[in-house]
Write a protein that binds this ligand. Structure first.
Ligand code: ADP
Length: 632
């Protein structure tokens, strides 16, 4: 049972952490108009099921806790009427000790209650977070290209926090306010129903203006949160490496500083107004309490003189009055709080309900044959945002209705195990897209992609991943050590195997020269490594995994000659003895390829070996003269 002041502040949406951690969807009356899909409540209960025991313990604790706050008031009556007024010192002492004992028990129960609610809240949060993480992780690549990462993450952190609040604060408040209110009101009615009625009549006179202030304060709290979010946005945008660079190169420090000052000033002004509003609200309630007390002493005092009321009863009534208004205020805000919590849950469930479009079929098999790759009349268009994501997670979803133009049209080719196919053609021709389809990162629209002789849709995804390895253009590295980045591909790899892979990727000397060797951290997105080193690390990762089919994107154009040479050597090592599909930019690659596919606007316009295609003097010959680095 929180102290009254805290509960009032909670009711305003002001958290005890100082107002910074407001619930993600600030309390808003508009939630009352929200229509919940049927079953949300049932699903919430289902999520809470593992915590049934704790919930029961919690409810009992709350009940007992409320009793320990109300019982002493009733004892006051006996202390005065039966003890003080009859001169029974023993009884006074006994009852006083009992009051002290109840206070102690109350304090212990508060601890137990908090412990239960924290356990339930945190446990539920963990459960929901893990479920969300697993669900989002299994979504196909298209989901990530089409969804706004920030929004997805805010679901996993923000809305889960909202759901947690439902249990740790809303639910516990509801329960304790209700029980306290019932006990207090019941006791008061039994003691003196006339005074009780007087207290209740006084209530609306103050509650109505107080509620109005509370509503304004809540609105202000939301506004302040928006302003704070702006402030945070400004900082996060500018304090990333690329953001800081932009500011340094193009920004005006005075303008930046003025803008930030303006934003920070807004937050400060909101803070002052908010503080005043909260004060007015609290003062009104304090006044209400004080006036109620005056009324009690006035009315009740005369009644005592006339002998219609005992002195002890009056004392008990005054004490009970102080406990009446708090829970009442609490409960008046409860509906909004509950609905807000429901919205959080609903947003969480919405993500949990996403259907991964690419998954293992019941009868999926491992890659059956030697590592060949075949495209059989493949047609492909990238899915629209609404097909793969939620409108609330993707800014574009809902706007575009139909899929766009065909990205691949009737693509057919066959790569025998151990052979290399080079994909060439202008940018945007569909080369990268072809490579994406091999590992089933996207689903083909018509036709089939086969690996090892079997349609990828019938293969176990894990088996397909083991068979096909990628080195993409911008090789992503986790913000971790070189060792961890390598081991990600093969957690059980031994030290020698790591070095062997680095050796093959022409990176061993470089890593040996680093102060911390394999344990050197590679910064956010591998910032401390040059582009070439990063690519070679990605190649080392591939060599460590050692898949029979490799997909390489030879975007070496932005590398200097030495680095390019090293990357080239590493790629040649990687190709040895493997089936390879290479997005080729280098003459040496196309020359040695067993088959070159020339793509344009999603179609294969020419195919053959380097010599054949040169002799044909078609598109490839032209491309050859223009594009390929003849020094390679
Ligand atoms: P290349 O690798 O030959 O430069 P891509 O395969 O990357 O070409 O792109 C082929 C076409 O597909 C381009 O028109 C491009 O705009 C489009 N495209 C690529 N990726 C996506 C995506 N994730 N969503 C929608 N369209 C895409």
């Amino acid at each position: 049972v929180y102290p009254l002041r805290m509960r009032l502040l909670d009711g305003l949406g002001v958290s005890r952490a100082g107002g910074a951690m407001l619930s993600p969807i600030a309390r808003d009356r508009s939630v009352l108009q929200h229509h919940f899909s049927r079953g949300t409540a049932r699903r919430i209960l289902l999520q809470a099921r593992p915590f049934t025991i704790w919930l029961i313990v919690f409810a009992v604790t709350v009940l007992l806790g409320s009793a320990t706050t109300v019982l002493p008031m009733l004892l006051f009556q006996r202390i005065i009427d039966d003890g003080v007024l009859t001169g029974n010192t023993d009884l006074v002492v006994q009852l006083a000790l009992l009051v002290a004992g109840l206070a102690l028990a109350g304090a212990l129960l508060t601890l137990l209650e908090r412990w239960c609610s924290a356990r339930i809240g945190e446990g539920l949060t963990q459960r929901l977070r893990c479920q969300l993480f697993d669900r989002v992780s299994t979504m196909p690549l298209a989901f990530f290209t089409r969804s706004n990462t920030g929004r997805v993450i805010s679901r996993i952190s923000g809305d889960v926090a909202g759901a947690q609040q439902a249990f740790t604060s809303t639910f516990s408040q509801a329960l304790s306010s209700t029980t306290t209110l019932l006990l207090v009101l019941g006791s008061m009615l039994v003691l003196s129903w006339q005074l009780t009625l007087a207290a209740l009549v006084l209530l609306p006179v103050f509650m109505v203006p107080a509620k109005l202030v509370a509503r304004r304060a809540a609105r202000l709290a939301r506004l302040r949160m928006d302003h704070q979010a702006e402030l945070t946005d400004t900082m996060t945008e500018r304090f990333t490496v690329s953001g800081a660079m932009l500011v340094k190169l193009f920004g005006d420090p005075r303008r930046e500083s003025r803008m930030f000052e303006e934003q920070a000033g807004q937050v400060a002004r909101d803070g002052v107004r908010m503080a005043m509003m909260v004060r007015v609200f609290l003062s009104t309630l304090t006044l209400l309490g004080a006036l109620g007390t005056a009324l009690f002493y006035g009315l009740g005092g005369s009644a005592v003189i006339e002998g219609r009321l005992s002195l002890g009863t009056l004392t008990a009534m005054v004490a009970l009055l102080a406990r009446l208004y708090g829970p009442l205020t609490q409960l008046s805000n409860l509906r909004i709080d509950l609905m807000t919590a429901m919205v959080s849950f609903e947003r969480v469930f919405e993500v949990l309900d996403l259907k991964p479009s690419i998954y293992d079929a019941h009868d999926s098999i491992d890659v059956p044959g030697p590592p060949s790759v075949e495209f059989d009349k493949v047609w492909f268009t990238y899915p629209t945002a609404s097909e793969v994501s939620l409108a609330s997670l993707s800014p574009e979803a809902g706007r575009e209705k139909k899929r766009g133009e065909k990205v691949l049209s009737e693509i057919s080719f066959y790569v025998e195990p151990g052979q290399t196919v080079a994909l060439v053609g202008p940018s945007g021709a569909g080369k990268t897209t072809i490579t994406h389809l091999v590992a089933r990162l996207y689903e083909v629209e018509y036709g089939a992609v086969r690996v090892g002789g079997a349609d990828v849709r019938g293969l176990r995804q894990a088996s397909l991943r083991e068979t096909v390895g990628y080195v993409t253009q911008d090789a992503h590295l986790f913000h971790d050590t070189i060792r961890a980045n390598l081991e990600y591909a093969r957690p059980e790899a031994k030290e020698e195997q790591l070095w062997e892979a680095l050796e093959g990727a022409q990176l061993a000397d470089f890593v040996r020269g680093l102060p911390e060797g394999l344990d050197t951290m590679v910064g956010e997105r591998g910032y401390r490594l040059s582009g070439g080193e990063r690519q070679r690390l990605a190649i080392a990762r591939l060599l460590l995994k050692s898949p029979p089919v490799i997909i390489l994107d030879e975007a070496t154009a932005h590398l200097d000659a030495t680095s390019e040479h090293l990357v080239q050597q590493a790629l040649d090592v990687a190709r040895q003895g493997r089936t390879a599909i290479v997005v080729a930019h280098r003459l040496s690659t196309v020359r040695s390829a067993d088959l070159i596919l020339v793509l344009d606007k999603g179609r294969i316009i020419e195919r053959g070996t380097h010599d054949e295609l040169l002799a044909a003097d078609g598109a490839y010959a032209k491309l050859y003269q223009r594009q390929f680095d003849t020094s390679g």
